[in-house]
Design a protein around this ligand. Sequence first.
Ligand code: C2E
Ligand code: MG
Ligand code: MG
Length: 632
Amino acid sequence: MEWNFDFDICAVAMMAVLVLYFLRKHDVPLRRNRIFFACVVSSISVALLDIVASVMSSYHDRFPVWSLYLINMLYYLAKALSPVIFYHYCHALTNKLDKFASIRIITSTIPLAATFVVVLSAPMNHYLFSIGETGFIYGPGRWVLFAEMMIYFALSCGHILMYRKVLKRVSIYSVMLYLLFAFAGHVAQIYFKYSQMSSFGVSIGLMILFISFQNPNYFIDKKTTLFSAEGFIEYYKEQLFLGRKVSVVTLSINEYKSILNLRGAEFIGNILEQFSVFLRVNFKRGTFFYFHNGRIFVIGWDDENLDEAFRLINKRCAEGFSNRWGETHFTMSYIVVPADIGVSNIDELNNLLLVADRDRMNNDGVLIVGQEQLESSRHEYEIERALKRAIMGEGLEVYYQPIYSTEKKKIVSAEALVRIHDDKLGVIYPDDFIWRAERDGSIVKLGEMVFEETCRFISENDLDALGLDYIEINLSPIQCVREKLANEFIEIVNRYGVRPGQINLEITESSTSDYSMVRENMDKLREAGMSLSLDDYGTGYSNLINVLNLPLQIIKIDKSILWAYFREGNEILLQVIKTFRYRDFKIVVEGVEDEKMVRELEELGVEYQQGYYFSKPVPKDKFLTFLKGFKA
Ligand code: C2E
Ligand code: MG
Ligand code: MG
């Protein structure tokens, strides 16, 4: 009988390309990459063994019988192994703790073991095949291999579907296509008994996986040709999942932003590429990942002499890099996260690096992260979680701090100041979370919640009877540039039946704000009857002209200016008071902590005072009690 193995030859050719690719290209050391390579190797072995067995069977009279048995048994063993490897590959794709881990061990071994028994016993019982006068003869047990394959395909398919939520859509589709083509190849082979099409089906399936997401370029960062951040994240998660500890070293170009601003993206892109080549050539042991803003992550430097590595890199950077647009020099900073420090997830690593970045400022370029930084990053992580919970409506509270009128000698208003209550951390202060909320945009929601809560407070308490003219509420610059801000606030005020005049909004200067939008909002709010203050006057104003053009009534002078006057005799306070009084603004001075300050501010003609001398910010009930008991 003539066997047709044309399809096998095509399959071998296709898979040989994949093997070459994998051998030539360095890839992120992920489990799924290794197992994929094993899939390719096992499939190419099946195809090659198939070709050899077919040739030998075609000329069976020239070979001893035992050798025909041997080659066919090898072929069947490899063929039985192949779908099992693919099943493991599917597991590596998800990297999730398997609820059925023990079942999986059984499922992944029993059908394979049974098939091995059938294959190995073929020379004795001729159940799977036999070698007769005409050469290779199929036995009645041919279905066993097909059934085994079907079991593993079904398990693979089930696993992928079970974990579809953690997989990218491209992975799901590609795996399904692989299974489809492999299945079709096997069915075709059964149908056309003497044409070897199963390996061809498998190789098309592998090609699909390779093209869609399994090729080594998948995790390559285009700019630097190092691996990408995504590759790092996948690697790091996998290592933690496997219970391994990883050390990470980060390399950061200190002047990245200024070079980018000055010379442009193309220039720095090219420099980064050169720098990356330098790293790859000189440090064979490390695997490098490019993040962004000139930061590179290195893994695999556990045995590297780090001091020597840093020295070498610093030397190279000092020599400078040049391209057709010019030349540049830069300096590097390094953060070392030792493996045994016990980082437990990728978010924690991120927070840890943020903390380390801040600590690095006072360092000579190398920071080895210790337990202290890990603790503080965990603390910050908790704050972030508390903030998220607060945004969901859990734990947000508004405190009130009284504002004293020098003229009327009584409390005439108050400032609403937000706090978060957390079971673990206790009271969290705004300095710890406002900037985070601004960074991720949740300040919009948070600000609205504070505004609404304050309106509720006003609607539930008769401000006139309490002697309060209005409550001051802080606004973040992020809120001020939102087109909908004024309308939303006016709607809330109306909903609670609050007189707009009972609200004063505090704004601060921002160097990036779009002042036409801010102005539009402030005009609307002003027209509706709310008043406006400029908060924190004296803390770095670069946009003062824009800010002072807004319809403001009150200027709040920052405590630092007050304290500078009382502690160092710095006279800026006097000048500021003079200037703003001359321009008819009302003035609030913050940070009044003792009687001496109260007296002197009174003499200077400051209308309003706010500070711990009168009261710290307190919850609303305490605030009401305070008002009742207050005596000038
Ligand atoms: P701010 O608006 O300048 O508020 C005054 C801050 O100074 C408050 O800090 C207050 O507790 C503190 N303070 C007042 N008097 C004294 C004093 O005599 N001595 C000392 N040492 N401190 C005094 P707090 O409550 O921690 O708020 C910090 C900042 O957080 C606020 O500064 C404000 O910019 C921001 N913030 C607070 N609540 C909100 C809010 O609801 N939204 C927004 N966007 N920011 C808020
Ligand atoms: Mg304020
Ligand atoms: Mg202030």
